[in-house]
Design a protein around this ligand. Sequence first.
Ligand code: NDP
Length: 309
Amino acid sequence: MTRIYIASKGDRAGLAALFRAALPDAEVMIDPSEFGDRPVSFAVVGRPDPGTLAAIPGLEVVLSLNAGVEHLLSSGEVPDGMPIVRMVDDGLAAGMTEWVAAQVMAWHRNILPYVRLQAKGTWSPFREKLASERIVTVLGAGALGRPAAELLAHIGFQTRVWSRTARPVAGATSFGGPDGLRDAVDGADVLVNLLPLTEQTRDLIDGPLLTAMAKGGLLVNGARGAHVVDADLLAALDSGQLSLAALDVFRTEPLPSADPLWSHPAVLVSPHVAAPTHPAPAVAEMAANVRRYLAGQPMHNVVDRNAGY
Ligand code: NDP
């Protein structure tokens, strides 16, 4: 019998119930005391504590509840050769697309400045631009970057997308590889980050990159805090090179109370909520991969350990 251990820290019982419904022939466990001496082939994880995976007998596959798996790769806890399957599902993509669109549209139509003017009782219209007058660059054309870019292009923004390999995205201009980054960002009004965190992408969003944007622009970071050099971001905000940064992710989470990002007037902080994993579609995806693995078929969304995502 297939055995699955839910090793995540959230609602284990809820996930287990969904797995039991999706895979009625499987034995689904939420406590290591249930392991016994028979192998447990699959582990469902978020950010497992050290030693969690090593304690699972006969583990073959790690199923991640998260799209980003840099913490699993850097932990050294997943043995070489053991597949890690990252989370890709429609709920995640829909959530991120909504969050990105909300941030870009709020900035584009001056929602925050009008809220501040309303507080002072001031009637003072800005010159409102059309989306077609703005350039938006999305970093990453994957499961999350692609639908976000497609929606922004559909709204009417001049949309560019940058990925490792240039990929066609409906309505957008595509750029690829390190040589394409500057062209993708040059003169952009909005920079949306949806890259995975790897050795190549860490600290990518630094002073020179922000300076390549048009003056007074918006940074939207929905990926990982370590993509952004915070000191350079604060300098760009203070100089007016950026007018706003909408940040969902941070180098340290929760964001420490003393961090200057909390109180900066041109920073919008959200607590890593852009695209939460929704249990039902997530379990449907993971159960489908379990079935594929048991049938000897290739699983979907297996992490490329060499690429780091
Ligand atoms: P994917 O793996 O589907 O897409 C990654 C994209 O980034 C691909 O287009 C890839 O290029 C590109 N890329 C990777 N490395 C480079 C590089 N060195 N240079 C240029 N482009 C590169 O990831 P997802 O879209 O599913 O997720 C992206 C990230 O979003 C996750 O890793 C996670 O950190 C973050 N996230 C945040 C959430 C939140 O709530 N804030 C929720 C979920 C995810 P190519 O197409 O050529 O492979």
